[in-house]
Every structure is written in structure tokens, then in C-alpha cells.
Design a protein around this ligand. Sequence first.
Ligand code: PGA
Length: 252
Amino acid sequence: MDDYHSPQTIIVANWKMYKTQRGAIEFFDNLLPLIKKKENPVVVCPPATLLPIVSSKYADRGLFFGAQNIHWVTEGAYTGEISAEQATDAGAHFVICGHSERRHYFEESNEMVSHKVAAALNQGLRPILCIGETLEEREAGDALEVLRQDLFASLATIEPTTNIVIAYEPVWAIGTGKVASPADAEDAIGFIRIQLRELWGKLADEVSILYGGSVKPENIVELMACPNINGALVGGASLKAESFAAIVNYNK
Ligand code: PGA
């Protein structure tokens, strides 16, 4: 494999519906002196209202920005939605697609998520596709089947590309303080990679697959030591500059 590129390590902050302008600026002003120069992308996904402000102020400081959601249609009468083009215009390079909170509270289906992934790629945005099982699915022994179905349905119409990022986020570990053990996370992500290989062939070995769910400074080193884990999607611990910096600097 002469032209093989190992997957990029990517650390992503998902701020969800937290922070206003003042808190965001305070965060970055505290964060920047704490993080070492990064060869790998550090991506912050703030609420859409903050994207233009933080991207114009901090994009030249080695950070990337992402939207938390987009609509798949390019424009139209969709009150409250934003398009891939609008997210790009606001300074996004990435977009989270199909986060479990969107699947759960806003009833996003795999079909909708697949349209979002396609819209992002068409616009040159890098989609961060989230998949993960619920506690009931895990306890019923269906976790791997759910991952396979979500992956296949979300990527059904997508051409193989390393511009996509996949995030394995077990729903029971999000915001609960319960982190999947590194061995469980590694198993699930290894399984996702095998499924992706079935779909996309060898390119699957170059796609970044992240772990998300209660990632904190205390567990990042162990998680990142797993060979299939290429980064983290961080919610709660990304809201404070000190804890997010400790995660970004995990290998220093
Ligand atoms: P958490 O959230 O780190 O607070 O568990 C992760 C996520 O929802 O992406």
C-alpha cells in the first residue's frame, strides 16, 4: 500500500446549546495559550450563532470550526434551518451529522442523516457522522447490528472518501459520566472499520473514526492508546478551556 495514509487524529468539541459570545471569547482566550502547536485538526463546533464570530477571530490560530447540524436542501422555505453553504459561509469546515440528540429529540432517521452527509460533502464540508447504540440495544445484544445498520444506511449513497469522519458514540455514555471502557470502544470502532471496509474497501483504513461519550482529561490517554481510535468527540469537557486543553494535549 504505497499511497496509504494513516487516519488523521482529530479532536472535536461539541458545545451543544451552551455559551453566548462573551463565554465563547473567554473560552478561546483561555484555551489558546494552553494548547501546544497542533499538526492535527482541533475542531470546535459552537452553536451556529457563534460560528461567524469565533471563526473570523480565531481561524488563523490553528483551530477549525464546525456546525452542529445542517439541512440537506441547498436553500428554501425551511424556517429555523441552515444549509451547508450557510454553514461554510459562517466559517465551518466540518459539520456533525446525526448526533444521537438530533436522532432522539428531532427524530432524524438514517435516511435524513445520509442526505445531510451528502449535502455536506457536496459543499466541501467534512461531515462527522455519529452512530451508536442505546442502552436497551446494548443489553439486548444488538449493539453491533445497530452500528452496522446505521453505518450502511447513512452511507448508502456516499462515494468512498476520507473527507468523512465517523464518531462512535454509545448513547448510554453521552452526558452520563459513564465512559465505554477503552476495550469496548476499541472493539466497537474496530467493528465499524471492518464494516466500512466491506463498503469502501481499503480506503476504510484511512478514515478517521472517533470515540465520543464522557471523554475527559482522565480517560483520553487510555482511549487514544487504542489502535483503532483516531480521536474524540467531546461534549461536557469541551466547555471549559482547561479540560479541553488537557484533552487536546493528551500526548504531550
Ligand atoms: P459528552 O458528550 O462528552 O458530554 O458525553 C459527547 C457528545 O454528545 O458528543
